[in-house]
Design a protein around this ligand. Structure first.
Ligand SMILES: *Cc1c(COP(=O)(O)O)cnc(C)c1O
Length: 370
């Protein structure tokens, strides 16, 4: 990334690959002796599969999970030796991807297991069982039927038993115990398979929940995975350029829809970022409802009015020295991405996966391509 492009950018993401690697190393140590796989679906939660996967591979990560075959292709090109699982399963017209990029489907119905066995006899796969989410996966009854059909299990190459938590971020919730009990029951019927249940928060429920492999997603990327645990190292930060300072008088309004009327004379900073940069429109403020804030010169500048497509207004009345050309932090080490997301009524997962393609990206501490 050239300095010229960064200087001319409205919004810049800085993505710290050493922090990503440190987070994986930390989660791997919290999970041992289970294997710690990385979930890199949705472009590695927005940060870029092509950067995240080689960094994680070099750190020692050997198994990756994506949602879609196309993501699997990108992960394969980044890590030729990895085991890559496709969580959304297998449909017969996806076969080319699975063959060309040696992907392993996580199969979720008896019909798809039969189809995989027919077209990919003996090639490795996983099977997902539903233990309470009512999303993808075999029911207990279907899992029992599968367990009886030992020839099919073999022919479909099934080697991994997968299930997924509903509410692992709340350790005391009774569904966790119910899910693990059902998972153990199904596992007892298919004891030859490796087993995986835990996502990021599930890792923190304790060693009973780790089984043979854990699937770390959000915690790798430094966002909040449970209100009961601190997030790991910050991986992504976003900063926007301050384009202009203006003054408005008490009683005037700011932005589209005139939704925010000023109670006092105000110094307004106009920032070069907006909802087209993935900074959610709902972070803005209305009269009587405060919005998110950004940091300018390290101090909080509350948003004024609606977020526009390309611009954001923030109150810098009390920030001495704020001036054109400054960079405002939208989220990062000093302002967690989840704090910004909560103002929009959403979660860090959504903010991360909505990182925009318009913004410039700067990858730092890249040990693979320094
Ligand atoms: C997304 C996903 C994960 C990762 O969950 P995090 O909460 O981000 O750690 C693990 N397993 C499955 C099946 C998923 O869909």
């Amino acid at each position: 990334m050239s300095q010229k492009r960064i200087a001319a950018a409205g919004l810049v993401y800085t993505i710290d690959l050493r922090a990503l690697v440190q987070n994986w190393t930390e989660l791997a140590s919290r999970s041992r002796p289970a294997e710690c796989a990385a979930v890199v679906k949705a472009n590695a939660y927005g940060i870029g599969i092509e950067h995240a996967v080689p960094a994680l591979w070099q750190a020692g990560c050997r198994s990756f999970f994506v949602a879609l075959p196309e993501e699997g292709q990108r992960a394969r090109e980044a890590a030729p030796g990895a085991a890559i699982y496709v969580l959304n399963g297998y449909l017969p017209d996806w076969g080319g991807y699975f063959r060309d990029f040696r992907l392993r489907p996580v199969l979720s119905s008896l019909a798809s297991i039969e189809a995989w066995a027919e077209h990919f006899a003996g090639e490795p796969s996983g099977v997902q069982v539903d233990t309470g989410m009512n999303r993808l996966g075999l029911s207990l009854r279907e899992a029992r039927e599968l367990a009886r059909r030992t020839e099919l299990v073999k022919k479909a190459g099934i080697e991994l038993l997968v299930s997924h938590f509903v509410i692992s971020e709340e350790p005391a919730h009774p569904l966790n115990a119910a899910q693990i009990a059902l998972f153990r029951e199904i596992r007892a019927e298919l004891p030859q398979l490796r087993a995986t249940l835990a996502n990021s928060a599930g890792i923190h429920l304790g060693p009973d929940y780790h089984f043979d492999l854990v699937r770390a997603g959000i915690a790798l990327y430094g966002a909040e995975f449970s209100p009961h645990w601190p997030p790991l190292e910050t991986v992504v930060s976003a900063r926007a350029r301050l384009l202009q300072i203006r003054h408005a008088a008490a009683g005037e309004t700011v932005g589209y829809g005139a939704t925010r009327r000023l109670e006092e004379d105000t110094r307004i900073a106009i920032l070069s970022a907006g909802y087209a940069d993935g900074y959610h429109r709902l972070t803005g403020s209305l009269s009587g409802r405060p919005g998110a804030f950004v940091l300018i010169r390290g101090q909080p500048a509350p948003l004024l009015g609606r977020v526009s497509m390309d611009l954001i207004a923030a109150d810098v009345t009390r920030i001495a020295g704020a001036m054109e050309g400054d960079w405002a932090e939208l989220f990062g080490a000093a302002l967690p991405i989840d704090t910004a997301a909560h103002f929009a009524g959403t979660i860090g997962y959504e903010f991360l996966t909505q990182l925009s393609t318009r913004a410039e990206r700067v990858y730092i501490n890249d040990a693979v391509n320094p």
